[in-house]
Write a protein that binds this ligand. Structure first.
Ligand code: SAM
Length: 318
């Protein structure tokens, strides 16, 4: 059906993200020793502005994620919504800032692929086994559950099903919880993403939600971005929620979150540690500075908090 085709196009976006991250990390924009086990070849060259854009995205998300984990002294859980082939769990393990449990959710077919890679690549499976206390690690084609890492196949548009599955795998609503969505909610309608964000606010009393996606999509450049995706049968169903930084914040403030901030990625880029930015700017020559600016102005990070335990989550920022 049409909706199967549309979902398939959305699932395929996971390969785009992974191949771009694979390429940029192979060029030393940042270190990711695990992504090679999810995509074997480095693939064709990506333009320098694309690599810098991914650098801002990865460093920006990591900055807030790490700040949350340190604030909670690892006494927390993380839920990566639409995680795709993301490697964050393995980075946190290596850096010794592992949350109590790290959950990932994606469509069942994406999850099956990820599990297959984990099963067959010892550098991926070893950390899971090492951090698991018993011999009985649940590992079948559609789910994997260990003490510290769990991956679940579910459709994020069906919140009650999502909730049930997370509970089944020992999600603890009492624990400070970080929810991540990186280029995911834009593929859902505004009401579907609001439902998801609302569910999170209702479920956790102390939490932070970090969302990375398109913004300022109503101008000419934004229109071209939408058209380019549509040409590949991929509809940005959530584009209405991506009109401005205010609309990004409003989605959270209207659904029970206490505090929300949003920045476009040009601003985030200018706030990242500038010695490292100077380092990556030397990696590849970029002629078209304006193109990078335009690109970064069309993506944003929005983060929202609620903080019953008074951990000081609303202070987390760049
Ligand atoms: N977050 C990863 C990253 O940034 O590297 C992957 C991003 S990829 C652009 C979008 C991911 O969201 C895909 O893996 C896709 O399958 C997943 N996704 C989109 N809509 C979803 C839904 N309704 N339910 C579950 N997963 C979904």
């Amino acid at each position: 059906t049409d909706s199967d085709t549309a979902d398939e196009a959305v699932r395929a976006t996971c390969d785009d993200a992974t191949t771009c991250k694979r390429f940029a990390s192979s060029k030393n924009y940042w270190k990711d020793p695990y992504i090679q086990y999810f995509v074997r070849s480095v693939g064709e060259r990506k333009a320098p502005e694309i690599n810098r854009g991914y650098y801002a995205r990865v460093q920006g998300m990591n900055h807030l994620l790490d700040a949350f984990i340190r604030k909670t002294e690892c006494d927390c859980q993380v839920i990566n919504l639409g995680a795709g082939l993301d490697t964050t769990f393995w980075r946190l393990k290596d850096e010794n800032i592992m949350p109590r449990k790290f959950f990932e959710v994606d469509f069942p077919t994406v999850v099956a692929r990820k599990i297959h890679n984990i099963k067959t690549k010892p550098p991926l499976s070893k950390p899971l086994i090492e951090t698991h206390s018993t011999d009985s690690l649940l590992l079948d084609a559609h789910s994997l559950d260990s003490d510290r890492y769990c991956i679940i196949g579910a459709d994020l548009r069906d919140v009650s099903n999502l909730n049930e599955k997370l509970k089944k795998f020992q999600l603890n609503p009492e624990l400070p919880t970080l929810l991540l969505s990186e280029c995911v909610m834009v593929y859902m309608t505004p009401s579907q993403s609001s439902n998801l964000v609302h569910w999170a606010a209702e479920t956790f009393h102390t939490a932070m939600f970090i969302n990375y996606e398109q913004v300022n999509m109503s101008d000419r450049f934004g229109q071209v971005m939408v058209e380019n995706l549509q040409r590949r049968q991929c509809t940005l169903a959530g584009v209405e929620a991506c009109q401005s930084l205010d609309s990004q914040r409003d989605r959270f403030l209207k659904t029970g979150w206490e505090h929300a901030d949003a920045l476009d990625m040009m601003t985030v880029y200018s706030m990242l540690p500038q010695d490292d930015v100077a380092r990556i700017e030397r990696l590849e020559f970029l002629d078209e500075k304006e193109l990078l600016q335009q690109l970064l102005q069309h993506y944003s990070i929005c983060w929202a908090t609620k903080d019953k335990l008074n951990l000081g989550l609303s202070q987390l920022a760049f």
